[in-house]
Design a protein around this ligand. Structure first.
Ligand code: GLU
Length: 300
């Protein structure tokens, strides 16, 4: 390897990582679109990962429906789709490393028993059959990072507590699995909704424990229903209509403050995406945490 190869930063790698709890809706399209545009505008790779680690919460048809919708909307991802359900051994290896480093410990208390303060000192509950594994967080201090849209963002370790790595009922936690795959897949840039920004500090602790460099974080605003709630599968947001890809993409670009020209209304999805890659700018979204969604995309 040459000196310049050693010094140059790793190539931009972004990703979209939906949980298959239902079909894509306008809110999830925004995360897909922003991560895609940011990656392609940087000549980067864009990976697709299905985060299917919690079968009881999942819809068995959702993963296929998500793939079909992304195709209708003109998104091309790099490489094969990754399914987290096939990655248990990798997650176990990371848990083992953290146990060996004494940064993970077993805890049999429920969240309720821990009374909202899940710190190691509290973890003395009557032994139960199942134990969870928790990450041993620092008791004091805070983690701060510079989000490209939200600016300086800090989280106190006291608020984070010793978060779960593997749940008592079996599944791997989102925090452990997401960093395991982001590291393994060489993800350098994470672009997702601001509803996940509080996870960044937990994830940073895991990156640091594993001696890995942190990714760049960009948290886009969330789309809101009329009642001010986040557009989400739980709130029954309307599924995206594959037949309406062009109109919906145009609306999503407008929502992301990208100002697509009126002449592109009705253009095929791939044309809209290609315009958007060439004109992508983050600046109009800077500091925004939430924006209303149009009626057509709200609760059906
Ligand atoms: N799987 C998560 C979700 O669907 C997103 C993970 C991430 O982008 O970090 O909410």
């Amino acid at each position: 390897m040459t000196d310049s190869a050693l010094l140059s930063p790793p190539p931009y790698t972004g990703r979209f990582a939906p949980s298959p709890t239902g079909p894509l809706h306008f809110g999830s399209l925004l995360a897909a679109l922003a991560s895609y545009l940011d990656a392609r505008a940087h000549d980067g790779r864009w990976l697709l990962r299905i985060e299917n680690l919690d079968p009881p919460r999942e819809d068995p048809d959702a993963a296929d429906s998500i793939l079909r919708t992304l195709e209708h909307y003109g998104f091309c991802y790099d490489g094969p789709v990754r399914y987290q359900s096939e990655r248990h051994d990798a997650y176990q290896a990371i848990l083992q490393q953290l146990i060996d480093q004494q940064q993970a410990f077993p805890c049999q208390c429920s969240r309720k028993q821990l009374n909202g303060h899940p710190h190691r000192g509290n973890c003395h509950c009557p032994a139960a059959k199942d134990i969870a594994w928790r990450f041993l967080s620092p008791a004091e201090g805070e983690f701060c990072f510079d989000d490209s849209l939200q600016g300086r963002w800090c989280e106190a370790f006291a608020d984070i507590g010793d978060f779960v790595l593997k749940r008592r009922d079996g599944p791997w936690s989102y925090q452990l699995a997401v960093i395991a795959d982001d590291i393994d897949q060489g993800v350098t840039h994470v672009v997702r909704g601001i509803d996940l920004i509080d996870s960044s500090a937990r994830q940073a602790l895991l990156y640091q424990a594993l001696g890995q460099p942190l990714p760049h974080w960009t948290h886009i605003p969330v789309a809101l229903e009329h009642n001010g709630q986040k557009l989400s599968k739980q709130n029954l947001a309307r599924p995206l209509d594959n037949a309406d890809a062009s109109q919906t993409l145009y609306a999503a670009l407008t929502w992301l403050r990208q100002q697509p020209p009126p002449t592109l209304q009705g253009a095929p999805a791939h044309e809209l995406l290609s315009w958007a890659v060439n004109h992508w700018q983050q600046a109009p979204l800077r500091g925004l945490q939430a924006l209303p969604a149009a009626d057509a995309f709200c609760r059906s």
